[in-house]
Structure formats: structure tokens, C-alpha cells
Design a binder for this molecule. Structure first.
Ligand code: SF4
Ligand code: SF4
Length: 282
């Protein structure tokens, strides 16, 4: 929903997550990933077409609503999460159109300071005041690390909304180090940065997904309309994994104990590598 302007220090948790810099921003709560094909290429095609088309739209109510109709007629309206609204006004913003953002925002190109978000389904107020669970529940250091480590807006939006997955991972690193981690110590080392990126990108390339898998995005709203499926450990003769939270958040399915152990080893490898690289710097 939001894509507020990046001047508000009064956000819950004190770290602004929606618009970070020229390349990094998020549109997850606007339903960005709730599309049939959420690949980077498909989203770029969709967002580029919308942005180009909207640039020619006169800024009046009828024309803006007609734009919505046109976009919705052009794009598939099938959704992995049918009750999760996908807003047709998400596009590309910034001088180089290098990140996702709201085409109706007052600072977006051509809007001359006028806020048109009142024309969206949720209405302008909801777009301005909504904050996802990561704002409230992710510790400041973890937010800062993800903001810095994400390679681009696409990966950032997929990762930053994974509150439980991120918290569990970084907390485990802290447990092994027996002290809190900070953005400064973690990101000054290139190997640490790469390890965090590898972890974030599991969201995209997790090899233990059910087949078919259609829900790359995350439904993080409080009504829990689309919970992640539980993992049936007993069916493969195992008990609940020590990484159960992360495995569930990544949406996992295991056909054998061996597969589960491979998944656990992968996570162990990332956590070990991060903890040992940080401890060498302390
Ligand atoms: S109008 Fe749409 S794209 Fe803009 S903030 Fe609201 S939900 Fe997001
Ligand atoms: S999901 Fe969170 S970080 Fe992303 S745009 Fe919405 S409120 Fe901002």
C-alpha cells in the first residue's frame, strides 16, 4: 500500500523500509508479487509498460481511472493470493526509473505535488499509514543489514517482508557469536555481505519447494488468510527441524530425510560462515 516519501523519521521502528535509495524500494504490500508470473523479467515488462502509459495520462480523475481499466484488461487478473489486492498503479519511479514505486504519489513524475492515491482501491489514507510487520518486529540492525545487502528492488521486496525468516537467521548468528550484530561490523567485510545476499536469495532459488509452487511473494497480513503449509516431518521419519521457522517461511517440501538434511546443512553453512567471518573481525 504505501510508498511514502522518504522523509519521515517517525516510522515504527525508526528505520524507513519502503524507499531506500535510487535502486532499492519495495512494493510488496501493494501486491507487486501477487501476479501469475512474478519473475524479474515479467515484472519489469509490466512496470515499464504501466510507467510509459501513465506518463501520457492527463492527471484528472477520469483519465486515471481509465488507465486502471486499460491496465487490468491487458494483464492477467489471476492471482496466487486471490484476496490480496494487486494495485495497477505500481510502476517505476526515480529519475532513472530504477526502482518500484507508486505512480500516484505526489512526488512521482508528472504529479506536480498532487497526491492521487485517493483514487486507489484502498484510498489515500491507507496507502499513507500502512506499515508491514517488519517495521514493528524486525530489530533495527537486521533492517539496516537487509537494506544494504539487497542487490536490487526485486530481491529487496521479496526479502524485507520475511520478518520471521530474517529474525530467526540473524538471531541464530547472534546466538553463536554470543553478542548482537551490527550493520557496520557485518557489512564492512565482503564475505559477510555475500553470505547475507546468498541467504536473501534463497527466497528466489530455494531448491526444496513443493511442485507446483505459485506463491513466491509473501502474504504477511494479520488475518493469516494464506498461511504457509506445515512441513510433515513424521512422513519422512524425522522430528521437527531446528530450522523449522526458516524452512516454513521458505515454503518447503521434503520427500526424504536426506533432503531435509541437505536443506539444514545449507542453512548451517550460511550461518557458520557468517558467524566465523564476523568473529574473526572482533
Ligand atoms: S496507490 Fe497503489 S501503488 Fe500507490 S501506494 Fe497505494 S496501493 Fe501502493
Ligand atoms: S511491504 Fe513494508 S517495506 Fe514494503 S512497501 Fe509495504 S510497508 Fe513498505
Amino acid at each position: 500500500m504505501p510508498i511514502r516519501c522518504n522523509m519521515d523519521n517517525g516510522v515504527p521502528g525508526g528505520v524507513y523500509l519502503c524507499q531506500v535509495n535510487e535502486e532499492i524500494s519495495c512494493g510488496a504490500c501493494c501486491g507487486l508479487y501477487n501476479v501469475v508470473d512474478p519473475s524479474f523479467e515479467a515484472l519489469m515488462e509490466m512496470l515499464t509498460h504501466r510507467t510509459d502509459t501513465f506518463a501520457r495520462v492527463p492527471r484528472d480523475m477520469d483519465a486515471i481511472l481509465a488507465f486502471k481499466e486499460k491496465i487490468e484488461a491487458r494483464e492477467s487478473q489471476k492471482r496466487p493470493f486471490p484476496e490480496f489486492h494487486h494495485c495497477p498503479y505500481i510502476g517505476l519511479v526515480g529519475t532513472k526509473r530504477s526502482r518500484v514505486g507508486c505512480l500516484l504519489h505526489p512526488v512521482a513524475d508528472g504529479n506536480k505535488g498532487i497526491d492521487f492515491r485517493g483514487l486507489s482501491l484502498y484510498g489515500g489514507m491507507a496507502c499513507r499509514v500502512y506499515f508491514c510487520p517488519s517495521y514493528y518486529h524486525l530489530p533495527r540492525a537486521f533492517k539496516e543489514i537487509v537494506r544494504e545487502a539487497a542487490r536490487d528492488w526485486y530481491m529487496y521486496g521479496l526479502a524485507i517482508t520475511e520478518t520471521k525468516m530474517l529474525s530467526t537467521f540473524f538471531r541464530e548468528v547472534e546466538r553463536r557469536l554470543n553478542q548482537p550484530i551490527t550493520k557496520e561490523e557485518l557489512l564492512k567485510d565482503k564475505k559477510c555481505l555475500e553470505t547475507v545476499r546468498e541467504f536473501l536469495e534463497l527466497k528466489l532459488h530455494w531448491p526444496f519447494r513443493p511442485d507446483p509452487f505459485t506463491r513466491l511473494g509473501n502474504y504477511f497480513f494479520g488475518d493469516q488468510l494464506y498461511p504457509n503449509p506445515p512441513i510433515h516431518y513424521e512422513a519422512i521419519g524425522e522430528t521437527t527441524s531446528r530450522y523449522d521457522i526458516i524452512l516454513q517461511e521458505l515454503v518447503s517440501h521434503f520427500d526424504s530425510a536426506n533432503e531435509l538434511h541437505r536443506a539444514e546443512n545449507l542453512l548451517d553453512g550460511l550461518i557458520d560462515s557468517l558467524s566465523s567471518n564476523i568473529s574473526q573481525m572482533l
